[in-house]
Design a protein around this ligand. Structure first.
Ligand code: NAP
Length: 276
């Protein structure tokens, strides 16, 4: 039976270290939300609470849903120029008239606490990461907590999003793991199961409950489930938890696995960005 890989516990340890680093320094994180969205409301609530615990000032700017792409960029620029602001987050999803893939390049790389500016992503590409995207950083922390020796390990990532799968694949490749990235094309070709069965380490970031059958999981594999899916009034991941837990050596719970670490990574990026 798998042991639980609880991000919540590691997040508490990192939080104590961050408190030490912050001490009495004044840090300010500015967050922009365009329009209303229940999904980002939850994430904002978690960010606010953690910022408060760490003594970080958190300011939320609610812009109307009609805000144009250009107006949003002007607003970001004002925060870029404001010396009191150490980090900027633009909450997703954005209204459809705003090109969300274009927005992160307008945040100064040194204030880009989500690690999504092309300069920060480019540093990953060249093997010299500075500010990491939060969820890939959370996955790396989980693997580090298990010793972090990844050389030659077969790692299968399901999902190739810009915020998770793509940067994570580069980070893991740099640790000399053998990385395979699966996506909708893999599923359509009927090859998902065969890739999952090979994984020493499986990371899923899809957003489809029970997409990964527990019986596909290799004996003693490490399973990191990034997915967040609402099924009735329960939150579940992408992997059939009960069945996978019978085979894996370690498995993240959902919730309580990757999520709590993702938000603490944001604060760690802020501390790094401020040079503390
Ligand atoms: P995303 O942008 O929502 O895209 C989903 C990915 O899954 C895409 O790469 C997609 O491929 C792939 N996919 C869709 N259906 C598939 C299938 N049947 N078989 C294989 N691959 C399939 O991805 P995301 O932003 O990484 O989010 C994924 C999930 O993780 C969501 O549930 C999200 O809420 C959660 N999440 C959690 C955290 C956390 O901190 N715990 C952080 C970020 C995201 P195509 O694009 O080719 O269709």
């Amino acid at each position: 039976m798998a042991k639980l890989l609880e991000g919540r516990i590691i997040a508490e340890q990192i939080k104590s270290l961050l408190k030490e680093r912050i001490k009495s320094s004044k840090l300010k994180l500015d967050s922009i939300q365009v329009g209303d969205n229940p999904a980002s409301d939850l994430y904002i609530k978690a960010q606010k609470k953690l910022a408060l615990d760490l003594g970080i000032e958190y300011e939320l700017h609610n812009l109307p849903k009609e805000t144009s792409h250009d107006k949003l960029i002007v607003f970001i620029n004002q925060l870029n120029l404001n010396k009191a602001v150490n980090g900027i987050i633009v909450q997703m999803p954005l209204p459809l008239h705003i090109d969300y893939k274009d927005i992160s390049r307008y945040i100064l790389p040194e204030k880009d606490v989500e690690g999504m500016h092309p300069v920060n992503l480019g540093k990953i590409f060249f093997g010299k990461p500075k500010i990491l995207p939060c969820t890939p950083a959370a996955v790396i922390e989980l693997l580090n907590s298990l010793g972090g020796f990844l050389q030659g390990k077969e790692i299968v990532i399901i999902g190739h999003s810009e915020i998770v799968g793509k940067p994570l694949s580069l980070l893991l490749m740099d640790k000399l793991a053998t990385v395979c990235v699966c996506h909708i094309g893999t599923s359509k070709a009927g090859k998902l199961e065969e890739h999952v069965r090979r994984a020493d380490i499986l990371v899923t970031s899809v957003g489809k409950a029970n997409l990964i059958k527990g019986e596909w999981v290799k004996e003693k594999a490490i399973v990191i489930d990034v997915g967040i899916n609402k099924v009735g009034d329960k939150i579940v991941g992408d992997v059939e938890f009960e069945e996978a837990a019978k085979r894996a050596s370690w498995i993240t719970p959902v919730p309580g696995g990757v999520g709590p670490l993702t938000v603490i990574m944001l604060m760690r990026n802020l501390v790094e960005a401020a040079g503390l």
